[in-house]
Design a protein around this ligand. Structure first.
Ligand SMILES: Cc1ncc(COP(=O)(O)O)c(C=O)c1O
Length: 459
């Protein structure tokens, strides 16, 4: 039990929350009879709630965000120092941390050159969609305005991001959607759609089939997660990204990689795409950029893309006429600069690779013991275990059972995740994304908790 919390009576806080706060992604009916969970304090990989219960967090703040762990005073100090100097000016001007972070970020992204600041992953993706549409209007006479997205991927919560969303259960009831977004098949080999040897190339060829059906002249960009996150932690099959890149170059389709989850270390490289030898035209990032210490997202482009927005200064519509008010907050890049320093100085990319290997090995051991684990996937500290009722048919376990595993781990004081309201019938993948500071003991405690939970839920 955390000593600070014992001296604080938070019952009033919990009552205020219960009375007035509308929680994200939550059905509130149960809170008519039980209290909502209110998180109060965090240190490293650990968290405490309002009744003083301690948790080991295996999901970095619930949604793969707090990459450098909780309670980082150096980030808080960097933000404080910046706020008292200058908290804000609109992003039409530069700022000291904005310039310095952009420089540090671009050093990590060979081939990329410009950083556009906003506040959330959704917003960063919307910027790309607007850029693609503006390029279409100004440079292709209105052709090449369509944007491809992939089944099972998620790109954010706004209506246009949902229009690019490949998770039907998440989209349900929110239409009509923005026109001009076209789906391509997912690349999850465990649920193979083609019986071939070179699955990665075949899955990429399926994208070309869509391009040819729609007409290459109509398509401006493709938006893909490097590793699909909330759609089931889908690592791309061998050869997939290389072939996707070839196809896109062949048809002059810009590549937009959504690194909102993978970006800034999660997969053991600075960016997920850097594992797969692909050179993007747009990269978007958010969650791990400042590990949740401040709101920041970035839309990063190449100089070639940037040039298309300043080629004709005499045309009043030629530049990117977009603003994000809070994209001018200096707290974001100030936190991001310190976050980057921590990852470098503490060797957290190497730790991510080593601890990711340990987590995958532990999960494979669990799969040997528990037939309910049908498939284990992952890259770095970003892993998933898909639960099935039958290994031969691969029939998914009932969603309630997957959720029972999460609840059992929670009762043991370990927070894990599960795919949630994403693909009907397939919300059956346990999700793990501990902070990049995880130790061998943390990893073992996480998988021990899952071991116990699987034993009880599937006894
Ligand atoms: C891959 C991906 N892209 C975009 C988003 C949207 O980010 P935000 O919630 O910050 O708008 C998310 C959020 O989970 C995500 O997982």
């Amino acid at each position: 039990m955390n000593m600070n919390l014992q001296s604080n009576d938070l019952t009033g806080v919990v009552a205020a929350d219960r009375a007035h706060v509308w929680h994200h992604l939550t059905q509130h009916k149960p809170f008519e009879s039980i209290d909502p969970r209110v998180m109060v304090e965090g240190r490293g990989m650990r968290l405490w709630d309002a009744v003083g219960r301690e948790y080991l967090d295996a999901v970095s703040g619930g949604v793969w965000t707090v990459n450098v762990g909780y309670g980082r005073e150096s980030i808080a100090n960097a933000v404080r120092d910046q706020l008292v100097k200058l908290n804000y000016f609109a992003g039409s001007a530069g700022s000291v941390p904005g310039a310095l972070f952009a420089q540090r970020l671009i050093e990590k992204m060979p081939g990329m050159s410009r950083v556009y600041y906003s506040n959330s992953g959704s917003e960063a993706n919307e910027k790309v969609f607007k850029m693609v549409r503006q390029i279409s209007a100004r440079h292709h006479g209105g052709r090449k305005s369509k944007i491809l997205f992939r089944e099972r991927d998620y790109h954010g919560t706004t209506i246009s991001c949902l229009s690019a969303g490949g998770q039907p259960e998440r989209n349900a009831l929110y239409g009509p959607f923005t026109p001009g977004f076209v789906a391509v098949p997912h690349c999850l080999e465990y649920r193979a759609q083609w019986d071939v040897e070179n699955y990665g190339e075949r899955a990429a060829d399926a994208i070309e089939e869509v391009i040819l059906r729609e007409g290459p002249d109509t398509i401006g960009a493709i938006c893909l997660e490097p590793v699909t996150a909330g759609g089931g932690v889908i690592t791309p099959p061998e050869g997939y990204w290389q072939r996707v890149q070839e196809i896109c170059r062949k048809h002059s389709i810009l590549i937009h990689i959504d690194e909102v989850v993978c970006g800034v270390g999660r997969t053991g490289t600075w960016f997920g795409y850097q594992n797969y030898g692909v050179q993007p035209d747009f990269v978007t990032m958010a969650k791990g950029v400042a590990s949740g210490y401040a709101a920041i997202s970035c839309t990063v482009t190449t100089e070639a893309v940037f040039e298309m927005f300043k080629d004709d200064a005499a045309d009043p519509l030629s530049y990117f006429r977009d603003i994000s008010t809070f994209g001018g907050c200096t707290s974001g890049p100030a936190a991001a600069l310190e976050n980057l320093r921590i990852i470098e100085d503490e060797g957290l990319l190497d730790n991510t690779v080593a601890m990711g290997d340990r987590l995958m090995a532990n999960l494979r051991d669990l799969a040997d013991k528990h037939p309910v684990i049908g498939n284990v996937r992952g890259k770095g500290l970003f892993c998933g275990a898909e639960l099935v009722a039958d290994r031969t048919t691969k029939e998914p376990v009932a969603e309630k059972l997957a959720q029972a595993v999460v609840a059992d781990c929670m009762a043991q004081g370990v927070i894990i995740g599960v795919t949630n309201r994403s693909i009907t019938g397939y919300n059956n993948t346990l999700c793990l994304s501990p902070a990049l500071i995880a130790t061998p003991d943390d990893i073992d405690r996480i998988t021990d908790a899952i071991d116990g939970a699987l034993g009880r839920v599937f006894a």
